[in-house]
Design a protein around this ligand. Structure first.
Ligand code: DAH
Length: 360
């Protein structure tokens, strides 16, 4: 005989009397379940394949025929009652589960926002902007040009032919591609090639309308150089003023005016010290001296300059017998360092916010 082992809380005594209803136990048990797996296990205990009520149903055939019907009805009722309890509890547990996961994912909309962090203008860019404003206010056009430059514009047109010793002072980065002059393109070593580019574009207006060339060209420049006072990438501003009667006196006036406005002080002296550049003759180094403030009394070198060399004027497409003028080239980092009292050029390029925030 393969009779199931006697179970506790058997729904029906096979002796014929109705036992205590198994569904009452089941209702208590299922209602106390706190998780879905627990609930499923409890359901299986009563109405699963080998559940108490299921087995009792299978045992009906062993009952006397006259008892089968009433017991059958009773067992069906018990099974329905377990199923109902199961469904109700399941719904409750599912709600709880959903509620818990919503609570876990909840976003606290009352928290203060994270903010975007406000950017600031880099100190060298501030200088760039100031320089543009000041020169624009005295009638200078502002021009922009390529950082990858042809050898001819960067050197040859500026009286610096191949093999000229002055070239080695401006060693730079070369591009693996030739320019229209047949020589490798390079990263411009100074903004001076913009003199040639701009002048050649405007030479016709100069000749036809007598319009002067009066321009500054700020921008990035490159050299193979790296220490506390040199960076492989740095910024310059080029200035050029060409007409029929522009002299060194104009250069002195314009540049002194610029410096006084840039440093916001009239207590500043300027001197021109003889120097050499291939593209100017005569050439001068511009020095300045503060008469007050922390840098008071010290001559500081601030810019190269000179009267544009006749052969360069010729490369502008202009007659050097008729047109004359000056040029200068100043470092924007140098101007920035003097304005804010910064001692190490590398601070500009490290991106350290503790440094940069001071200018924001
Ligand atoms: N290009 C020169 C340099 O990078 C600076 C310079 C000197 C520019 C004299 C000029 C100038 O226009 O007249 O060192």
């Amino acid at each position: 005989m393969n009779k199931p082992a006697p179970q506790r809380a058997s729904p029906i005594g096979f002796s014929g009397e109705t036992s205590q209803s198994a569904d009452i136990d089941a209702v208590f048990e299922l209602s106390a379940c706190n998780s879905l797996p627990q609930l499923d296990a409890a359901k299986a205990k009563y109405i699963g394949k080998n559940g108490i009520i299921t087995l009792a149903m299978k045992g009906l055939s062993e009952l006397a025929i006259e008892n089968r019907k009433t017991h059958g009805i009773e067992l069906n009722r018990q099974r329905d009652s377990v199923e109902k309890t199961y469904a109700a509890r399941r719904q409750v547990l599912e709600h709880i589960k959903q509620y818990d996961s919503l609570a876990a994912e909840a976003i606290d909309v009352t928290l203060p926002g994270r903010g975007r962090g406000q950017g600031g203008i880099h100190p060298v860019m501030k200088t760039w902007q100031r320089v543009e404003e000041i020169f624009a206010s005295i009638g200078f056009d502002v021009a922009d040009g390529p950082e990858i430059e042809a050898d001819w514009f960067n050197f040859t047109a500026l009286n610096n032919p191949p093999n000229h010793p002055a070239r080695s002072m401006q060693d730079t980065f070369y591009v693996d591609m030739n320019g229209t002059d047949g020589l490798p393109l390079l990263l411009r070593t100074h903004t001076s090639p913009m003199q040639v580019r701009y002048a050649r574009m405007h030479a016709a207006d100069v000749m036809a309308q007598g319009k002067p060339i009066k321009v500054i060209a700020p921008g990035r420049t490159y050299r193979v150089d790296s220490d506390a006072t040199h960076s492989p990438m740095f910024h310059q501003v080029e200035g050029l003023w060409i007409a029929e009667d522009i002299s060194f006196a104009d250069l002195k006036g314009v540049y002194t005016d610029f410096l006084r406005r840039f440093f916001e002080t009239n207590e500043l002296q300027v001197r021109f010290r003889p120097s050499y550049f291939p593209f100017t003759e005569p050439s001068a180094e511009i020095d300045m001296k503060f008469e007050s403030g922390p840098l008071k009394g010290k001559w500081l070198e601030i810019s190269g300059s000179g009267q544009v060399h006749p052969s360069v004027v010729k490369n502008f497409g202009l007659d050097p017998e008729k047109y004359i003028g000056f040029a200068f080239g100043s470092g924007l980092e140098r101007l920035t360092m003097l304005r804010y009292g910064i001692g190490d050029l590398r601070l500009f390029f490290e991106g350290d916010l503790r440094f940069l925030k001071q200018f924001a």
